[in-house]
Design a protein around this ligand. Structure first.
Ligand code: FES
Ligand code: FES
Length: 174
């Protein structure tokens, strides 16, 4: 039978704050966080970047997607302490420092890929990962790769069109 910690030790564990070091969009952050807090909450509340949205908070909608060491991850499902010593990219890190939009942002803007835009950060970050792995995806591949992101408004057609526009934009620049 598993030995559970006493209520006193559980309280101590819950109250404990651990130091982590993360890079977010190229800026280093040394933070003290409760080990129970999600990465999404720490990005939004401690780092102050609220572009990462929280929808379902249990791994279904994809709104909280960020890149961790280049890989798309659901920041609502990950504990902040698990991200120690990683490089994180959020939606705020896509545009250039002078405000010039990332080609994927430009493409989705041109294709009017969003309505309320609550889902946008997740779709954009998932698209960055998709085109990094597969710069010329078919429509079927786009739909498959983005199937983990949910949108309540668009019916997805304009989002797929936005990704196809991004493929053309990026291809014309290379
Ligand atoms: S908020 Fe993370 S998957 Fe929905
Ligand atoms: S544009 Fe509203 S949820 Fe996608």
């Amino acid at each position: 039978m598993t030995n559970l910690p006493s209520s006193q030790s559980r309280s101590a564990l819950i109250g404990e704050s651990l130091e982590i070091s993360i890079s977010v969009n190229g800026a280093n952050h040394a933070l003290h966080v409760n080990p129970r807090r999600s990465l999404a909450d720490v990005i939004r509340e401690d780092v102050g970047l609220t572009g990462t949205h929280l929808g379902c908070e249990h791994g279904v909608c994809g709104a909280c997607t960020v890149l961790i060491d280049g890989e798309p991850s659901r920041s609502c499902l990950m504990l902040a302490v698990q991200a120690d010593n990683t490089e994180i990219t959020t939606i705020e890190g896509l545009a250039d420092a002078d405000g010039t939009m990332h080609p994927i942002q430009t493409a989705m803007h041109e294709a009017m890929s969003f309505q309320c835009a609550f889902c946008s950060p997740g779709f954009l970050m998932s698209t960055v990962a998709l085109l990094s792995d597969n710069p010329n995806p078919t429509e079927a591949e786009i739909r498959e790769e983005l199937s983990g992101n949910l949108c309540r408004c668009t019916g997805y057609e304009s989002i797929v069109k936005g990704v196809e526009t991004a493929v053309r934009l990026i291809g014309s620049k290379s």
